[in-house]
Design a protein around this ligand. Structure first.
Ligand code: HAM
Length: 416
């Protein structure tokens, strides 16, 4: 056997997955988002120009595809924000553009619980939205979705404010100064590298000694310009106004370079090490950075579907998942009744009834056992006598009651 590729998975039961997608689609429509789809294949350049040359995703995690002519460097998309912005620019869409999409993303990460190389996201973007109230509304929508639609309680919203790009530049110098201070020699080799290439990511380091050192580091939310400091206060006030609970997380910087101002993550202790099941924030310069004539202040978020499923799985019985239609199983007793079984099944299926036929030549007893396992509501038995009298014997699989009726009345009978 050739096993599946490392870090991928087969979904053998999509009921919970489809439930999440269905509910989210409905929720997003209420907030006036439109569904779009962008390709899974994109240019490598799109991501190196948007996520940042020195981010983990671009340096280590891209699935780059060698094309036959080697003319274009193509990859499997690692995320959907850059693709959405590309589509916005390429189709000259007029802002504001409130869109969502969902599908597979690909990152060459070390697989572990909740971390895959092929995973799925619901991606939500608002392109052309300067007002801070949009951030609040997006966060409220997500919180409402998790809490009210999916009945989740065991999670927290982490929030930070990265300021404008000037704030970030000033802050990075400050942080560099701090890292050149007396304890700098104690930080790990990875952090030494981060210090040179992507300094704010030092906060993501799992090394306990580094974490201890960074407790005394300056935090960006304390180094904001006047305008940003005011916005940060307003953001917190408005979140409180809408009764959204959040925790200020000064070290939350997110792994992608395009963010400024608001950044957030929804996390749950029940997930283990990979605890974020949704992340997002503002990216006011990405549209310009990717080639549009004008910048468009924008924001968005992505939900990691696998992690959401991990949270929902233990109590999925409490969720109103779509019920399968009742199943009716036709049992021809000998091959002489196979054609009749086919005709009867076709008649019932044409009337939108869910029907299967047992055609393996089993005894009635064994067909009954199979039908039971399949969770059938009715068994429809066709023997020689039924064939001759144009009847069918129908057995209620729960009560065990049997009745013989005309074949033409079978649909009406099982429907009631
Ligand atoms: P991200 O934080 O990289 O953000 O991913 C969002 C979510 O996708 C994560 O919180 C996590 O639940 C899930 N995720 C990420 N990597 C994996 C993985 N290897 N296996 C399983 N799940 C994973 C973004 O992708 C941004 N584009 C979000 C965004 C949209 N920001 C603005 N607009």
């Amino acid at each position: 056997m050739v096993p599946r590729v490392k870090g991928t998975q087969d979904f053998l039961d999509l009921s919970l997955y489809n439930f999440v997608i269905d509910r989210m689609k409905k929720q997003l429509q209420f907030y006036h988002f439109v569904e779009i789809a962008t390709p899974i294949l994109e240019s490598v350049d799109l991501f190196s120009r948007s996520l940042g040359l020195y981010t983990d995703v671009v340096t280590k995690e891209m699935f780059v595809i060698a094309s036959a002519d080697d003319e274009e460097r193509i990859c499997l998309r690692p995320e959907a924000t850059a693709s959405t912005v590309r589509a916005f620019i390429e189709h000259q869409v007029k802002p504001p553009w409130k869109v969502f999409s969902y599908g597979p993303m690909f990152r060459y990460e070390r697989p572990q619980k909740g971390r895959f190389r092929q995973f799925h996201q619901i991606n939500i973007e608002i392109i052309g939205a300067a007002a801070l109230e949009q951030d609040v509304q997006l966060i409220k929508m997500l919180d409402r979705f998790f809490h009210e639609q999916l009945l989740l309680n065991n999670y927290a919203l982490l929030l930070n404010f990265l300021g404008c790009f000037d704030d970030r530049k000033t802050y990075q110098l400050l942080l560099k100064d701090f890292l050149q201070g007396p304890r700098a020699g104690d930080i790990c080799s990875m952090c030494l590298e981060r210090k040179e290439r992507n300094i704010m990511r030092i906060f993501d380091c799992k090394n306990p000694l580094c974490q201890k050192i960074y407790q005394n580091a300056p935090y960006i939310a304390d180094c904001l310009c006047k305008k940003c400091a005011k916005e940060w206060r307003q953001l917190q006030d408005q979140l409180s106004l809408l009764s959204i609970s959040y925790a200020y997380q000064p070290t939350l910087v997110r792994g992608l370079d395009y963010y400024n101002k608001t950044v957030f993550e929804f996390v749950s202790k029940n997930l283990g090490a990979q605890n974020a099941f949704c992340g997002g924030g503002r990216y006011d310069q990405l549209v310009g950075q990717l080639g549009a004539k004008e910048d468009q202040p924008s924001l968005g978020a992505a939900i990691g579907i696998e992690r959401l499923l991990l949270l929902l799985e233990p109590f999925k019985d409490q969720l109103p998942l779509e019920k399968l239609p009742a199943l009716h199983v036709i049992m021809p007793l000998t091959p002489a009744q196979y054609s009749l079984a086919l005709l009867l099944a076709d008649e019932l299926q044409a009337q939108n009834l869910c029907v299967d036929i047992l055609l393996a030549g089993d005894s009635l007893k064994s067909m009954m056992r199979k039908a039971n396992k399949m969770g059938a509501a009715y068994a429809l038995i066709l023997g020689e006598e039924e064939q001759q009298t144009k009847t069918v014997t129908i057995k209620n699989m729960i009560t065990g009651q049997e009745e013989r009726i005309l074949q033409i009345k079978a649909a009406a009978f099982v429907r009631k």
